[in-house]
Each structure stands twice: as structure tokens, then as C-alpha cells.
Design a protein around this ligand. Sequence first.
Ligand SMILES: *Cc1c(COP(=O)(O)O)cnc(C)c1O
Length: 380
Amino acid sequence: MLKTRLFTPGPTPVPEETLLELAKPVTYHRTAEQKQILGEVIADLKYVFQTANDVIVLTSSGTGGMEAAVSNVLSPGKKAILLTAGRWGERWRGIMKGFGIEVVNVEVAYGKAIPPAMLEEALANNPDTVAVFATLSETSTGVGHDVEAFGKIVAKTSALLVVDGISGLGAMECRTDDWKIDICVSGSQKALMLPPGLAYVSVSAKAWQVIEANTAAKNFYFDLKRYRAKLPENDTPFTPANTLIRAQRVSLKRIRAEGIENLWARHARMGAAARAAIAALGLTNFAERPNNAMTVITVPASIDGNELLKNLEKKYGYKLANGQDSMKGKIWRLSHMGYCDMFDVIGALSALELALLDAGYKFQPGAGVAAAQRVLTGRG
Ligand SMILES: *Cc1c(COP(=O)(O)O)cnc(C)c1O
């Protein structure tokens, strides 16, 4: 017998009490009870986002939230600055291409983070920029960005700061209001402990002004003004995934009970432990500025990265993620976001050691686990 264990950076494991909520019969969505539930979910999301801004719940995957941000703020021919350090920055670019946006690319190599000075320069050269698009946690490389610094720079201009916080929110510090994030997008299946299916978008007063003035916007389902109109009654313009909203309420209660600062600290501990383990095994952490949602490991030249992941899954039941596209076989991505504790991380590291031994990689067995244990007990 072998248990299967999910360590991909989305979807992620879901707590038992949330799974039980998902097992309940489907209900009608236009009821007082459903409105009460949506109201609670929005209030708890505001806590997770650390915002007093409107938070809109969309029935879509995270990309739908990103498309909502682009299509509401911009229209064909308008200019945006894109800060891109990986696949998810490229997702912003793909959406903007679809909407005919003029994109100024500020780009660094995979594994690197965008230095805030690059944004400062791009904004100075492009005063007609309507919005700057960034990624909090770049899930394809494991990099975390200094969004606080981005916010300080963008807030001095008329441009909006739009952040993809899909895998970062709930896994690393993110203070939407203090950091002056005008639009922050998240999704249900990363650190927020739910299956895929919901996207969340916070919108500042500055962003609403831009959205209202954007009369050439091209959208319908993702027209955020339709959602705002329903907010006072805690309702939605279209049929929401109400079973998921009910379940999200349960996971958000767990997050509330832990406390957002404790939750950030838990992820920081797990991230530090995993990175210490990787270093102790003689392996390299791929991200130069790692986020705490996941640990991304550079595959050593002596090992077939694809085969090792297959073996980890088949022989040990641990499902980690491969690199995407051009990174396939070159990195391994170990998620520790959301419903994940230190023993999950230790288990994954132990399984990784076994798979490395199978692959003939030379190291002292247990060295990674021991390094993680030292960090987790404060003796690192
Ligand atoms: C997962 C992810 C997305 C894409 O979300 P979908 O739910 O697959 O549409 C976008 N950005 C980041 C940073 C992600 O981690």
C-alpha cells in the first residue's frame, strides 16, 4: 500500500473539514443563506489580502482573474509595463496580446527577480503607462518579488499596480493596502486550501476610477462593474460556483484561526527548512530570491530530472511538479503552501532523498532531513 501525496504548486491538498463541506448536497444560489456565506467569504478574503478594498469573487481559474484585471483596466492601444521573470509573467503578456495592449517588457532570466530599479526606469521612460503588471510569487521558478518596493514606485505615478498573487497570497507576506497594490489577483487552488474553480480580485479606489474611465473596455463575463453592482447585497451577476464558495468559507476559517502573520511565519519556516535541506544534499536552489510557497531545485547534471519525478511518484507516492516548457527536466518544484505542515515537508524531503539514492546521486543519506529538522527546531 502506498498513499499518494500532492506537492504540486497548485492544486494543493485540501483540509478534511473542507472536503466534508464539498460532500454536501448542492443548494440553490439565490438565497439569504448563500448571500450570508458570500459576505463572510469576502470579509475573510479581505483579511487574507490585508485590504479594505472591494474583493470580487469570480467563478473561473486564476487566469480568469488575470483576464478580468487586463480587460477592465486596459483597452486596445493602451500601454502597460510588464515585469516578467517566468511563465506567469508570460501569461500576463499573452492576455495583453489578446486584448491589443501595447506592452513594455521588463524582463529577467528565469530564476532571477526583477530589481525595483528596472521598474523605476521603465516608468520614467513611459509616462503614458496605464498599469504595471507584476507577479508576487513566480510559480515557474520559485522567485518571490519585492512587491512592496514596486508599490512605492508605482504609487508616485498615475499608473496602477496589478499583481498576480495567485500562488503568493496566503504563502508569503502580502499587504495589499500598505504596499499600494491596486489590483491583486488570487485563485482558490494554491495557498487558499480549496480545489480549483474560484478567482479573487481586489480593486482599489484608484483602480475603480481607471476602470470607470475605460469606456472602450472589451469584456462581458469579466466586467468587474457588474460584480461591484451586486456587492452591496453579497450577490453575484452570474451563477457562482456556490459549492466552492461554501467550502472556501471553511478553509478561510482555518486561516483566520491560525492568523495571517502566523501563517506567513509557518511558510517561511517550511521554506527555510526545505532550502537548507537542498543545500545540505549538495543541490542548488533555483530561485535567487526564493518565495516561501515552494522550493525549486536545480536538477544536477548527473540525473535525469524527468525520470526521478516519475520514480518519486510511482515508488514513493510523492507528486512533485516538473519545470514547465523549456524548464522541463531542469528543475523540480516542491510546493509547501496551504494545508501543509513541517512533517509534510520532512516526508517529501525524505522521499526525495530515497529517489536521489535510487538515481545513484552521492550524498550522506539523511543529510537533507537532518538539515530541515535543525531549521524547524530553531537549531539551523
Ligand atoms: C497557478 C498560477 C496561475 C494560473 O492560474 P490558473 O488557475 O491555472 O488559471 C497564474 N499565476 C500564478 C503565479 C500561478 O501560480
